[in-house]
Every structure is written in C-alpha cells, then in structure tokens.
Design a protein around this ligand. Structure first.
Ligand SMILES: Nc1nc2c(ncn2[C@@H]2O[C@H](COP(=O)(O)OP(=O)(O)O)[C@@H](O)[C@H]2O)c(=O)[nH]1
Ligand SMILES: [Mg+2]
Length: 399
C-alpha cells in the first residue's frame, strides 16, 4: 500500500481523537489548497554584480526585459530587499536582497536589516570567487538556524572563455563537450578549495547559468532544496518552479497526485466517521479550483504560456497548438466540470488509484466521480506539458 496514504490515515485518526470535526476539516482544506495557503519565500543574496537579480528573473521564468522583471546590471544603492512574486503563484516570493560587502554592515547587521526571519532559505550567489563576506553571511545564517546554498553563477561565461582560449570551433561538438566538462570540474574544485580556505568544513556549491536553469547544477540544487524543506514547502517548490524538464514534470505529477489523494482520504474518512448519513463529496468548487491549479502547475495557463513563449522567443500560439486536452484556466468553470461529471459515474478506477478506499467504500459516488475527473485531468495535463516542453525546446524555424 502507498505509505503516504497509511500515514495520512493515522494522522487523521489521531487528529480526530483530539479535535473537533471543524478543526480537522479546516486543516484538510488548508492542505489541499496548498497553492493558495502556503507561502514560500526565498532570499537571493551575494555581492553586487554576482547575478542576483538575473537569477530572480530566471527563477520566475522571465527574461530581464519582461514587464515586472528585476532590474539587472544596475548598481545597488538601497538596503531594501525587493520582493518579486511568482507570476502565476502569488504566494511564492523571491526576494532580491541588497548586495553584501559594502563594509558598512557586519553580517549580523545585514541579516537584521533584511529581516532574515521572513525567508525560508537563502541562496548566496558569487560569480567569481566566494569571499569572506559570503562565508560570514553563511555563518550568521547558520547561527540563526536557517538554510543556505552557495551558488556559483555565470558558468556559461567561463565555458565560453575556456573554449575560445583553447581555440575550439563552435561546430566541434566533441571537443566542446570535453572542454565544458573540464571547465565545470575546475570551477567546482576551485570553489570548493576557496570555501574550504575561508573556513567552510564541507562546502557544497551549485554551478548555474542564468540563461538555462535546466542545465548544469540547477536541477541538483532544486532537488537538494526540495529534500531539505518540510513536506508541504517541498510540494510548493516543486509545483511553483516553472522550469519544465522531463524530470520536473514527473515530480509535479507525483506531488499533485499525492495532494489529490490526501484531500480525498481526509474528506472521505472524516465524512465517513463523523457524518455517516451525509455524502461528503468533493464539492464542485474544489474540483474546479484543483483543475485550475493543475493548469498552473504544469504551465498550461495563459500567463505561464506567454512567459514561456517570451523566454524561448516563440509565438505563444505555436506553443498552444500542441495542447490537446487541457482547456485554458478561464474555461474551467462549474459548468465545464458539471458537463464532464454528467458523462461518467465511476468507482472502479478510483479504487485502483486509492486502494485503501476499497475497505471504506460505502457510497458517495459523486465523490468517486470527482476524484476520477481530477485524476484524468492530471494525466492529460502531464501529456500536454510534455508536448509544450518539447515544442519550446525545438530550434526556431528560420523565417
Ligand atoms: N553570461 C551570464 N551573465 C550573467 C549571468 N548572471 C548574471 N549575468 C550578468 O551579470 C550582470 C550583473 O547581473 P545582476 O543580476 O544585475 O547582478 P546583481 O547585482 O547581483 O543583481 C548583468 O549584466 C547580467 O546580465 C549568467 O549566469 N550568465
Ligand atoms: Mg541586482
């Protein structure tokens, strides 16, 4: 049996022993409306020019020139952290912190000034060597029991420079790949030695380029911070970062599946013991809002598609043309779901999806229909997201 389901049930049972029905169902609601209720705030820090603002834009899937993008290449003059909201998930905040190393403030003062307790974790970016300012800050963050990650930016520049200095031509892909690997290995070793010399006992450094977050160490960084967050924040992180790769689509699917299962289990179980005569169906609003969330999580809503089109320099209609099943978020209405609902009444498929329900099954077929609709909607969104990702990655057609 799926261990997640077992744990859930225990949690629900324990909760029901202690709390009132209202409290438990409010919690269930909070869990399942994750994208609306949970806030995740990441702080990006480092010296001026390290690439902080560029990284903020990259995380939001934006170009530096897009409307609302963080200004890049600007000298920093204020001590005020800038808040950037994710374009599709308003509760996912990325904070562009002022540059460190002005010597005006100690790391302790700096952290106070930027309200360190507001952030879930920190990313310390350096574009060349890490300095004492970086490690002092790390030390202070650690002291305050927060997590941070060292990121070495602009590795694309190093790769290019090395390739040129070795006289490797663009078309020579074997030598280019070899040279890239050598450059990355060297940066990794240098950063490690550099941080060691500054007193870090076992430094971990992630190599990235703002121009392509699906490359180098960004996927590993993402995986690492997902591992180190609690379960709820991890899911938010997986759902909100719109760098679509095969791997991230897979993770998003698993996270969404588990959300749907949890919601189902809690509603069903709570309904079953406390309100045996009441068909505690998933109400239609929940189905509608979950479908809209699925759209956003897989980047299939209007805003995400526009941003992606802008980023890869393609027409948004070209990306949309490969979407076969998923309607735009605006079309997902109560009417739309009712229509789907009328077409089916299912039990069997849902029992395959959440086997434990078999032993609890005692009625409430609208409940089963809801889950089945969501499950199919999710499957289709995954297929569409894969196609959009492939389309976005295609080389541009010559005009
Ligand atoms: N090639 C390349 N340039 C970058 C990268 N990250 C930042 N830059 C450039 O470095 C400069 C400073 O970046 P910015 O984000 O403004 O740095 P900040 O002062 O730390 O916010 C800008 O010209 C960026 O375009 C990167 O990963 N690769
Ligand atoms: Mg900046």
């Amino acid at each position: 049996m799926d261990p997640a389901v077992t744990i859930d049930l225990d949690e629900v049972k324990a909760a029901l022993d202690q709390k009132e029905f209202e409290a438990v169902s409010a919690e269930a609601q909070q869990q399942s409306n994750l994208l609306n209720n949970i806030t995740l705030a990441i702080a990006i820090t480092g010296r001026s020019g390290a690439g902080k603002s560029s990284f903020v834009n990259a995380l939001r899937g934006m170009t530096d020139r897009a409307e609302g993008a963080a200004l890049t290449g600007e000298t920093e003059t204020t001590m005020v952290p800038q808040e950037y909201t994710h374009p599709t998930f308003p509760n996912f905040k990325i904070w562009d912190l002022p540059g460190i190393g002005s010597n005006e403030f100690s790391a302790e003062e700096y952290l106070k000034k930027v309200n360190f307790s507001n952030y879930d974790f920190f990313i310390i970016i350096a574009s060349e060597r890490f300095t004492e300012d970086d490690t002092n800050l790390a030390l202070e963050i650690r002291k305050n029991k927060k997590t941070f990650y060292y990121v070495r930016s602009k590795v694309d520049v190093d790769i290019d420079n090395d390739r040129r200095s070795k006289g490797i031509k663009e078309g020579d892909s074997d030598r280019m790949m070899q040279s890239e690997k050598e450059t990355l290995d060297t940066i990794r070793k240098d950063s490690y030695d550099n941080l060691k010399a500054l007193g870090e006992s076992s430094p971990r450094v992630f190599l990235i380029s703002r121009w392509d977050l699906s490359k180098y160490d960004f996927p590993l960084l993402q995986e690492t911070f997902e591992k180190e967050q609690d379960e709820i924040k991890r899911d938010v992180l997986i759902m909100c970062i719109q760098i679509l790769t095969k791997e991230s689509i897979k993770k998003k699917r698993a996270a969404m599946e588990s959300r749907i299962r949890k919601k189902a289990m809690v509603c069903y179980y709570v309904g079953l013991i406390r309100l045996p005569f009441f068909s505690f169906g998933f109400d239609i609003d929940i189905v509608v809002s979950t479908m809209r969330d699925i759209c956003k999580v897989f980047g299939l809503d209007e805003d995400s598609l526009n941003i992606l089109a802008n980023r890869v320099g393609k027409d948004v209609e070209e990306l949309k043309s490969v979407i076969e099943h998923t309607p735009s978020a605006g079309k997902i209405t109560t009417e739309f779901v009712m229509d789907m609902w009328r077409e089916k009444t299912v039990v069997g498929q849902v029992l395959d999806f959440i086997p434990l329900l078999g032993s609890l099954y005692g009625g409430g077929s609208s409940f089963f229909t809801s889950i089945d609709l969501l499950k199919n909607f999710l499957e289709n969104a995954v297929k569409d997201a894969e196609k959009v990702q492939a389309k976005a990655a295609e080389p541009k057609k010559p005009k």
